[in-house]
Write a protein that binds this ligand. Structure first.
Ligand code: SAM
Length: 216
């Protein structure tokens, strides 16, 4: 069965609770490999906006030392995450109901954590969702903790035409949405004590950005 999911801007396949995202099917292996290259051994990762849960399973399959805490504000997504998680041998915790636009959202998150990961959320949500994500990550992480973002970004004249078109398409759906400028995300992160330490080019003009709390 295939259903339309406005939160994901794509048709997701569904079997029981388990959903499959075409885009996650394309990018989960490269995301898992990129995260494997940046996360220290034994990292405890909070994933914001986990969606179907396919990235969570790919990441803990690639790196069996990781402990993963997924989350999503959408109940159907949490059911899907928990269904995929049954294949992970207990290294994916039950999905939390976290919405970074809610004040104090981070207070429900079990500690300790060493990283926060968020893919493909800040452009499909108001800017306040990005502000809440960064503020909450600063509250949750100790010095040297990592905030890792995946998705499309605007980079001035170097921006890929496909990302400019995607930005226009998002804004036509909701003027509060839009592909975020990398320098504005960097400034937001800096205001909460994070510095950009790595920028990884990913397929289809996406980036992985690694911010580290307290880095110079
Ligand atoms: C495009 S999907 C991305 C899902 C997954 N990360 C991926 O890359 O396949 C966007 C997700 O963001 C979630 N979301 C939207 N607003 C949010 C917010 N303010 N806080 C946390 N998650 C949010 C939605 O429920 C949805 O699952």
């Amino acid at each position: 069965m295939t259903g339309s999911s406005p939160i994901a801007l794509e048709d997701r396949g569904q079997t029981g609770a388990r959903m499959s995202s075409p885009s996650a099917g394309r990018n989960r292996d490269v995301i898992a490999a990129a995260l494997a290259s940046v996360l220290p051994q034994g990292s405890r990762v909070l994933e914001i906006a986990s969606g179907t849960g396919e990235h969570a399973l790919a990441c803990v399959t690639e790196r069996t030392d990781l402990h993963w805490q997924p989350s999503d504000p959408d109940p159907a997504s949490r059911a899907s995450i928990d269904d995929w998680a049954r294949e992970a041998g207990g290294r994916i915790a039950p999905a939390l109901d976290l919405d970074t636009q809610q004040s104090g959202w981070w207070q429900a998150v079990p500690l300790p954590l060493s990283a926060v990961f968020c893919a493909n959320m800040i452009h499909i949500a108001p800017w306040e969702a990005a502000e809440g994500l960064v503020a909450g990550s600063a509250a949750l992480l100790e010095e040297s903790g990592q905030l890792v973002l995946y998705g499309p970004f605007l980079e001035g004249d170097a921006t890929a035409p496909s990302n400019l078109a995607f930005d226009a398409s998002l804004k036509s759906r909701d003027p509060r949405w839009g592909v975020r400028a990398r320098d504005e995300v960097e400034a937001l992160a800096a205001s909460c004590g994070f510095a950009l330490t790595q920028r990884l080019d990913m397929p289809a003009n996406n980036l992985v950005l690694v911010f580290v709390k307290g880095a110079p």
